[in-house]
Ligand binder design. Structure first.
Ligand SMILES: *Cc1c(COP(=O)(O)O)cnc(C)c1O
Length: 425
């Protein structure tokens, strides 16, 4: 019956059979993922119940948003989930880049230096920092930038970090996820080790972790191992597919207060910012997030196994431990990348009939193709794939609000590659 349904949706029998065998081999790994989701679900429940989330918190606020108890309580819930003193969780934070931009600009002053120790940061941050020139960048305000690359094996370069921590380094940045790089993602455990190392050199350095795509993949977060701020987007993991906008910054009281003064304005800080009618989606999205992340992880692992078996380089590989929900598959040609994205698009609940094309997306230095037939525009916790059109022609696949949908997407992508004779089974 299932095979027949897949057939109706354009999946050939040999594609189905090939992937079914692979799925059957993954049962134990999927069970482990479900255990992590179970733990994180309980973590979320504990925070909801401790803060006595009630119906009154789910309502609408307008205007200045003074005394918005829904918003203020949600921020307490987030702080408890992350084990931080405070949190800023707002629909006024437009995206992950904005959240990171706030975290940096709010806590750095002219003459200070930000040192990234996980190599080059995510593309859009290059303009925030001023690595690529942009109006209003941190560089324009006299904030300096330094970078220590990861070692070829993906580990932190402890010697290099020690040398680079000069007296002007006020903040250290660590990006957990690979972004558009083909390096491994960094575990929370390794993040904790390097944070200890940095704090031993200078305990006053603020450590900021770009937590995008890493949330709830593990039972610990970087804030549990010493990070002063963890930052991310609500249209990724923590929004659970329900938040239509937003970002978060969880951290020390001082860091979060600085962020609030930067997001709104000095003096007003956290006191203003109406949550309109989105706050109930933030609550429910956080509630759903542990199982949504689990679904996305299963999809990523399934994709790694399918495409590795077909001879493509996949990062992470089919058996590696996971630290984020991203799966990179290197096709080595623009055609492979484009076919994969077409297949993902064809599996979408929204806009499944459109064909994605490479375009000049703001903030990126090459053309980018994106497949995203999402309920929330551009959401990448929903099934999506994107790729910069440049060597090594790797596609970055992520999301899937349900495992069943993630699987369907991967089958459609494989079918498209078969149809275009890029892959033979
Ligand atoms: C997605 C992402 C960002 C930027 O978030 P946007 O919401 O796309 O602005 C920054 N860093 C990492 C690692 C990301 O994955």
């Amino acid at each position: 019956m299932i095979k027949e349904m897949y057939k109706n949706l354009g999946i050939d029998e040999n594609v189905y059979n090939f992937t079914k065998n692979i799925e059957n081999e993954l049962k134990d790994r999927f069970a482990k993922i479900d255990e992590v989701a179970e733990y994180n679900q309980l973590k979320v429940m504990k925070a909801f119940q401790k803060n006595q989330v009630s119906e009154a918190h789910l309502g609408v606020s307008t205007g200045y948003g003074y005394n918005d108890i829904g918003r203020d309580t949600l921020e307490k819930v987030y702080a408890d989930v992350f084990g931080t003193e405070d949190a800023l969780v707002r629909p006024q934070i437009t995206c992950g880049t904005h959240a990171l931009g706030i975290a940096l600009s709010a806590n750095l002053r002219p003459g200070d230096k930000i040192l990234y120790i996980s190599g080059k940061p995510y593309d859009t941050l290059e303009e925030v920092i001023g690595i690529r020139e942009s109006k209003g960048s941190l560089a324009e305000y006299g904030i300096k930038y330094g970078q220590v690359d990861l070692l070829p094996n993906g580990d932190f370069d402890f010697d290099g970090i020690k040398k680079a921590i000069t007296s002007d380094v006020k903040m250290v940045g660590i990006q957990r996820s690979k972004g558009y790089e083909t390096r491994p993602t960094i575990s929370v455990e390794k993040t904790g080790q390097v944070i200890n190392f940095v704090k031993e050199i200078n305990k006053d350095i603020i450590v900021m972790v770009d937590n995008c795509y890493g949330e709830f993949v593990d039972i610990v977060e970087p804030s549990n191992v010493g990070a002063d701020m963890v930052v991310g987007s609500l249209i990724k993991n923590l929004g659970g597919g329900l938040a239509p906008i937003g970002g978060y910054i969880c951290g020390t009281k001082e860091c979060v207060e600085n962020c609030a003064y930067r997001l709104t304005t000095p003096g007003l800080g956290k006191e203003v910012g109406a949550s309109l009618d989105v706050i109930h989606t933030f609550y429910q999205g956080l509630f759903m997030a542990p199982t949504v992340v689990a679904s996305a992880l299963k999809g990523a692992i399934f994709a790694a196994n399918v495409f590795e078996r077909l001879g493509f380089n996949v990062i992470p590989n089919s058996t590696e431990e996971r630290y984020d929900i991203i799966q990179a598959v290197t096709f080595g040609s623009p055609e492979g990348v484009i076919a994969f994205c077409k297949g993902i698009q064809a599996a979408a609940p929204i806009d499944s009939y459109v064909t994605p094309e490479p375009w000049d997306m703001p903030g990126y230095d090459s053309q980018v193709i994106m497949a995203a037939g999402a309920f929330v525009s551009g959401s990448s916790i929903e099934l999506s794939a994107d790729a910069p059109i440049k060597p090594p022609y790797a596609v970055y696949f992520q999301g899937g609000l349900t495992w069943q949908h993630a699987k369907f997407g991967i089958l459609k992508a494989l079918q498209q590659l078969v149809n275009e004779n890029i892959v033979t089974i």
